[in-house]
Structure formats: structure tokens, C-alpha cells
Write a protein that binds this ligand. Sequence first.
Ligand code: GTP
Ligand code: MG
Length: 297
Amino acid sequence: MCRVVDLRQAVLAKNDMAAQVLRAELTARGTTVVNLLSSPGSGKTALLERELLLARERGVAVAALTADLATENDAQRLARSGAPVKQVLTDGLCHLEAGMLGRHLDGWLPEDTRLLFVENVGNLVCPASYDLGESLRVVLASVTEGEDKPLKYPTAFGLAQLVVVTKTDIARAVDFDEAAFRAHVEQVNPGVEVVLTSARAGEGIGLLLDRALAAGEGAGAHTPVMAGLQQPHDHGHSQDHGHSHDHGHSHDHGDGHDHGDGHDHGDGHVHAHGDGHDHGHGHDHDHPHVRSAAQTR
Ligand SMILES: Nc1nc2c(ncn2[C@@H]2O[C@H](COP(=O)(O)OP(=O)(O)OP(=O)(O)O)[C@@H](O)[C@H]2O)c(=O)[nH]1
Ligand SMILES: [Mg+2]
């Protein structure tokens, strides 16, 4: 058991180092990365479609990379904005890692990119533990998911620098209790901003872009209390602050299995191949039709 925990710490430590290097490199060239996390179907792509269009209208050099287990649907939707877009298929992995992201950016990301939006795999557990070198981490939750999600996924919400509520156009239909949601967010992440959006009705469109640009200008994005705690991960034996304790097995088997050299199966187990090599998960699907839209910029 100890070995499993040690391996997991090693995997995360390795990722953290890669993330720091990537953040430094991208920041030096003037690119700000925004990492978008949410459960499947919360509306990440729908919101991004609107924000990318707006960015292009305003002349902001923007790009998007989207990760999924399968399909290029999201890249096709995002590419309609005319921004450079890349689809990454994660080969079963339920999150992106910094090393993977770096490899996918190599030779693809236009040099002048000011904002890079990264749509993580739809999952509120695995991606939460992996820093991607972002300057702004955003967690989205739709009004249909229930007000208790911040309490159930304290790492995802606890490490967010911005919380975006989506689909407010249907809030009334599902009796979304905004005050309760805000109170729960505040419990796990005191002081973090919560904004309301509807990609359909247009509420709050532009807020994400504004916050991303502000983060890039060093406006000092929110620092979550949890970020200062040791190993704030949803697995293993870490303890969240307050009275919620994440431990044991999160059983997020979801729709895919992580595998590879020291990857996280979402149930707290880490499997190492022990060869010390970085196998570089993920297929690069920068397909011509997506690329052609991307090249219209
Ligand atoms: N009513 C309403 N529906 C929305 C809104 N935004 C997204 N949806 C719908 O919610 C569903 C999921 O939206 P996506 O944008 O694909 O969600 P996602 O988070 O990107 O999903 P994954 O990438 O699969 O995790 C789609 O049917 C959208 O049309 C919104 O603002 N209002
Ligand atoms: Mg999507």
C-alpha cells in the first residue's frame, strides 16, 4: 500500500515539475493557459464556442485544445470560431497531464497565441490533481448538477481560481438554489469568484475571456487556500480542510481506464511499469478539416 501511495506521489510530483516548466515557457512567450474542468456535459465546449468567437471579434489571439476519450466532436465545434483548435484523444486516460500537453503544443501552437483554452476530459476527479501549467484554473458546474457538487468534489472546486455556473437559462426549471451553491463553494474555497453564464441565452458571455486576460496580465488570480496544503488530491490519504475528508477509493471508473507508466485508475491505485519512461499518452488529432478552419485566422 505504501508503495502505491509513494508511486502516486511520484507521478504527481513529476507532473508538477513538468507543469512548472511549461508555465514558465508559455508565460515567457506571452501565452496564458486556462484549464477548464467539469463533469461531462456541463457545457465547457458550448461556453468556449462563445468565448472563442468573442475573442476573435476583439482581435485577441486565442487557441483551444480539447481532450476527450473519443470523437473529434468538440474540436469541430470549436473550430467553427476560426481559432486554431486541436483535438487530443487520451487513449483511455481520464485527464490531461502537463507533459502530454507540452508535447501536443509543440509545433502546433502559434507563436503569437495570447490565450490558450484547454478543455480537459469531462471528469471532476482525475483532472483535479494535475496542474497543466495553467495561469487560471476554472471549474464549471451546470445548474442541473445539484448544489452539493462543490462538497462532493472538494479538490476540483477547492483548487479552482474561478467557478463558472453554466446553463442558467434553465435554472428555474431545475430549481437551482444559487445561494446554496455559493455557500458550498465558499466552504471548500473561501473567496473564489463564482460567475453565472448561459451559452444559450448569452448571460455572462465574455467573463471568462476577461478573467483569462486579467490572469495573463498578472492581475493576481485567486489563490485557493487548498493550494497551500500538502497533496490536496482526491485519492490516497489526503485530507481536505474543514470537515470533509477525501480518502480511500474514489471509484471514478468513469468511461475509461487510465493506464501507462504510473497512471491513476481513478480508484486510488497507481500502476507503474517501472521503466522510468514517459510514454506520452494521447493521440494528436489535428485533422485537416479542423486545421483548415484553424488556419483561417
Ligand atoms: N440549456 C442550455 N443547454 C446548454 C448550455 N450549454 C450547453 N448546453 C447543452 O449541454 C449539453 C452539453 O454541452 P457541451 O458543451 O457539449 O458540454 P461539455 O462540458 O463540453 O461536455 P463534454 O466535453 O462531453 O464533457 C449540450 O446538449 C449543450 O447543448 C446552456 O447554456 N443552456
Ligand atoms: Mg466538451
